[in-house]
Structures are given as C-alpha cells and as structure tokens.
Design a protein around this ligand. Structure first.
Ligand code: SF4
Length: 257
C-alpha cells in the first residue's frame, strides 16, 4: 500500500534560520508589554510593511483581529483557506464580516482541484488520513498564499488549549515570522472586544461550537471542555495543517516552537 504519511522535515539550522529566530525573539521582548493593537500597527506599518498578512479562519473569535486590521489598513491581505469542507455558516460569516468591516483585500485560497482529485477522490480523506487531508487542502494552498509575505498574523491564544501554552508573541515558522497579537487574551477579553465594537458572533457559536474548522472535523464542545476540544475530537490530531515546517505539516510536539 502507498505510504501517505506526512513526514516531518529534516532537522537543521541554517544561518538565515538562526537569524530569523533571533529576530523573532527580539521582537517578542520588545513588544511583550504592548497592546494587540500596538503590536499589529507596528507589524503592519513598520517592521513588515507591505509584507504582512492576516490568516483568518473566520471562526468564533476571528472578528477581533479582522476588526483591528480593518482599522489599521483595510488593504492588508486577509487569507482565507477555503478547504471546500467548511460549514456554510462560516462562508456566510466571512462575507458578512468582509462587508461590515470594509476589508478590501480578501484572498480566498483553495486546494488544487487536481490534487484533491488525486488524493481525495471520494471526499472522505479526512476520515482516513486527516493529516494528508489537511496537507492537501490547507498546507499546500497556504504555502502558495504566503509566497509574497514575510510575516503572517494569527489569532492563536495560549489559553485555547494545552498544546498552545508555550507560544511566543513572535515565532518562526519555516521562512516566515508568525505573530500572535492575542497571545494572552482570555475568552472574557474576546467577548468584551466583541461587545465594545458591536461585532456579530459566528452563527454556530450559540450551538456550542467554540472553535470552528472544517465541518467533518468539528463538533460542539461540552461544558468543561476546552474551546478546541471539538476539533478532530475522535483523533490525536490537535493542530490544523497551516502549522508547517519545511513545507510539511509538523506534529504537535514540535509545532509550538
Ligand atoms: S480539518 Fe478535516 S476536512 Fe479540513 S482539511 Fe483538515 S482533515 Fe480535511
């Protein structure tokens, strides 16, 4: 049988990579005490001017960063990975937020049809090999979308799951710097921001979906579960395919550097 395991890339440290890591560490120290808005403004307007983009799932907490970015520069690229497996509610929410916030540079990126046809002809790869499914539907399109950028902005937070507890404000991922401006935000912080700016909730939130990804891999969470417990709930998988290294998805144990 063909081996479709998504392999981890080789372990190496080039000079360029060490310098990039040093830069991320320096930026993390420098901006440690600053607000998310100030971090974003500095990233977009100074440190990565014209080379930063927001990657958004248009999930339950996405409107915070989308709102901040829209106020700083509505032409910053906003990358949405349309895996062709999203809930219709997520697509509707995306369209509503783009319109309401006046975002002017949405980039909806899809998988290559020939790749999906080759690896997932029956559309159920998520059930048989979710890592490969994420690789085809997320990682490869993501790599293409990031080509012109040096920095990507994420909405990840330390408190979302144990697997994210050691995240840093600025991190290195492959040849990119990744910035997590909402690193230390709590659920209450997010809710307060939604209220303060009258932002609409994701339509599925009221049904218990506290973290929303692709429809086949997301369920509502139960009281007491962490927000991401409903993602890949029936497998060991905890992170989606956009957290990659050397062009390949990395396992949980090494994805949080
Ligand atoms: S989240 Fe599920 S359906 Fe979406 S790309 Fe990954 S495995 Fe496939």
């Amino acid at each position: 049988m063909r081996d479709t395991t998504v392999q981890q890339g080789p372990a190496y440290e080039t000079t360029a990579r060490i310098e990039l890591r040093d830069r991320a560490d320096t930026l993390s120290d420098r901006f440690a005490a600053q607000s998310a808005e100030d971090v974003l403004a500095a990233v977009i307007g100074t440190h990565f001017q014209g080379r930063a983009g927001l990657v958004s799932s248009f999930g339950t907490e996405a409107a915070v960063l989308l709102h901040m970015v829209s106020r700083i520069d509505p032409y910053v690229p906003v990358i949405f990975l349309d895996t062709w497996k999203h809930f219709p509610e997520t697509l509707e929410y995306r369209d509503r937020l783009v319109n309401d916030l006046g975002l002017c540079n949405i980039q909806t990126v899809t998988p290559q049809p020939s790749g999906v046809q080759a690896d997932d002809p029956s559309g159920d790869l998520h059930a048989r090999n979710p890592d490969l499914c994420c690789h085809v539907r997320k990682t490869l399109p993501m790599l293409a979308a990031l080509r012109p950028l040096s920095c990507w902005i994420t909405g990840r937070k330390r408190g979302q799951a144990l697997t994210r507890s050691d995240m840093q404000l600025f991190e290195v991922q492959d040849r990119w710097i990744k910035v997590n401006p909402l690193l230390d935000w709590s659920t209450a912080d997010v809710e307060a921001y939604y209220d303060a700016h009258d932002l609409p909730p994701h339509p599925l939130k009221a049904q218990g979906y506290l973290s929303v990804g692709c429809a086949p891999c997301t369920r509502a969470v139960q009281p007491g579960e962490d927000a991401r417990a409903g993602r890949w709930a029936d497998s060991e998988k905890t992170e989606c395919g956009i957290h990659f290294e050397n062009g390949k998805m990395v396992p949980k144990s090494s994805s949080q550097r």
